[in-house]
Design a protein around this ligand. Structure first.
Ligand SMILES: [Zn+2]
Length: 222
């Protein structure tokens, strides 16, 4: 947490889960949060302690900054999507919350600039937290893609796997797990094995399925 208190963390994707995560990081005393999303607040985003009805139609980052305004230790910066105007290299870590299988090309800039990042992916009735990528030390998204190709899993880059709606139970559980992994990204221990995992939580009982992803020898990221 000491690392968090001196760090700037990007939260890209500010649906209910991303907002829960930002609130949790602010509660832990995050120094600065870059709030990034190109979307506006929808009716499904409204929730207790989060977005209000009056936020519907407003840019998510602006309304998220309003929610975080009482966090005394945390300053916020608003970004209108894909870190427009913000150099990823200034981030100590980035968390990407998405409803599609991200194309590894989209995170290559983070890999190239050495920015640790965590991917959280929504599906229908499930949520995948991870992998956490410590560039040069753990598997990147391309490594995961290559492993899946080795297992004859067809690539799903850019394809929507969620329906855009964030289940409240998965959002809370996923935000807690993502906060823990963010702390691990900021101050990795001697073993990065815990980071290089995907944890899938499935409704209704959230029994986790965990998979470990080593660096793929053909990727070259390490
Ligand atoms: Zn890789």
């Amino acid at each position: 947490m000491a690392a968090l208190r001196s760090s700037t963390v990007g939260v890209l994707g500010l649906g209910p889960l991303g907002l829960h995560l930002a609130r949790t990081l602010a509660s832990l005393g995050a120094h600065r949060l870059v709030l990034d999303d190109a979307a506006s607040v929808a009716h499904d985003d409204v929730g207790i302690g989060g977005y209000r009805l009056g936020d519907v139609g407003r840019p998510r980052p602006v309304s998220a900054a309003r929610v975080l305004a009482d966090a005394l230790l945390t300053s916020t910066a608003v970004s209108p999507g894909v870190l427009d105007g913000h150099d990823p290299g200034t981030l100590a870590a980035a968390v990407i919350v998405t409803h599609e299988r991200i194309d590894p090309a989209c995170t290559w800039r983070l890999v190239a600039q050495g920015v640790p990042h965590l991917v959280v992916t929504w599906g229908n009735g499930w949520l995948e937290v991870g992998p956490g990528v410590a560039p040069g030390r753990t598997a990147c998204l391309r490594c995961v893609d290559l492993h899946r190709a080795d297992d004859h899993v067809p690539p799903a880059r850019g394809r929507h796997v969620g329906n855009g709606v964030e289940d409240p139970v998965l959002a809370v559980a996923g935000a807690g797990l993502a906060a823990a992994r963010t702390l691990a990204l900021l101050a990795p221990g001697p073993s990065t094995r815990g980071l290089a995992r995907t944890t899938v939580l499935t409704l209704p009982d959230l029994t986790p399925t965990v998979e470990y992803w080593p660096v793929h020898p053909a990727c070259g990221c390490a």
